[in-house]
Design a protein around this ligand. Structure first.
Ligand SMILES: O=P(O)(O)O[C@H]1O[C@H](CO)[C@@H](O)[C@H]1O
Ligand SMILES: Nc1nc2[nH]cnc2c(=O)[nH]1
Length: 277
């Protein structure tokens, strides 16, 4: 109610901006900003590169809302708060959520600067009891036992790959994202393990949000920007750090913005009936 009292825009598509990836808010037409701190109960990010505002506006000819900044479990927030925005989006009538993140490249397939469309995920903490759907379930909002067979909508993924091909973005492909809580980056032995279990990239976000978004029946598309290669050799002098993550995000933000703009355009053309947009 608070959000709708502040804007007359009623988007059907939400975009979650990962670390340093809030630049897309700068290309929205007729932007209207709402600070997280003004929205009742909305959690506020403490991480550099996560601004803390909802930005409504037009991307091409479609209304969208961008979440510029997210909270992560490693900030000490419970998972219901980490995923709170997804419940808000659902009550606002959002049908499609595009989630971006900065991630470390695990396998040979990925290199710095690549944009990887999430084909699936491995919810490592989820497998050990750290899942946002733990707790009493309200059947009005979703099933007790949520399936996660196709978390990342096939049609949306196909659109993303087609748009990337049309734009000759040869650094876009599909991959599997592994969620770990953080805030530590991975040790070399952990990276070897993540490779073994079939991950292409690893990060500290997105999956809890997707689990809740799917529980609420929203369609999800995930896009990882590979900001660094995970180090799987012992005694390396090279060490991952958040500054490097933000620097790479800055370098690739234009390409990501272009790809998302094309995807949003295509959703309106190709998915009008399916998504009720
Ligand atoms: O996933 P996003 O929010 O893009 O952020 C990524 O970047 C941070 C590490 O540099 C971690 O929070 C990781 O999850
Ligand atoms: N877990 C994790 N998250 C990241 N986010 C950006 N880079 C990384 C990384 O190497 N590991």
């Amino acid at each position: 109610d608070y959000i709708f009292s502040k804007t007359a825009q009623r988007p059907k598509i939400a975009i979650v901006c990962g670390s340093g990836l809030g630049g897309i808010t700068g290309i929205l037409k007729d932007p209207e900003l709402i600070s997280y701190k003004d929205i009742p109960n909305f959690p506020i990010s403490s991480v550099p590169g996560h601004a803390g505002k909802l930005v409504f506006g037009k991307l091409g000819n479609k209304d969208v809302v961008c979440m510029s900044g997210r909270v992560h479990a490693y900030e000490g927030q419970p998972l219901w708060k980490v995923t709170f925005a997804m419940r808000v989006f659902d009550s606002m009538g959002i049908k499609v959520v595009i989630l971006t993140n900065a991630a470390g490249g695990v396998g040979e397939k990925t290199k710095e600067g690549d944009l990887i469309i999430l084909k699936d995920h491995i919810n490592l903490p989820g497998l050990c009891g750290f899942n946002p759907l733990v707790g009493l379930n309200d059947e009005r909002f979703g099933a007790r036992f949520q399936e996660t067979t196709v978390c990342y909508d096939k049609e949306l993924r196909d659109i993303a790959l087609k748009m990337a091909k049309d734009c000759k973005m040869d650094f876009v492909c599909e991959g599997v994202y592994i969620y770990q809580v953080g805030p530590t980056f991975e040790s070399p032995s952990e990276v070897k393990f993540l490779k073994l279990i079939g991950g292409d990239m690893v990060g500290m976000s997105t999956v809890p949000e997707v689990v809740v978004a799917r529980h609420r029946g929203m369609r999800c598309l995930g896009i990882s920007l590979i900001t660094n290669k995970c180090i799987d050799v012992f005694d390396s002098n090279k060490k991952p750090n958040h500054e490097e993550v933000l620097e790479l995000s800055k370098q690739r933000s234009c390409e990501l913005q272009k790809l998302i703009s094309k995807i949003v355009d295509a959703i309106s053309l190709e998915q009008a009936s399916a998504c009720g947009i």
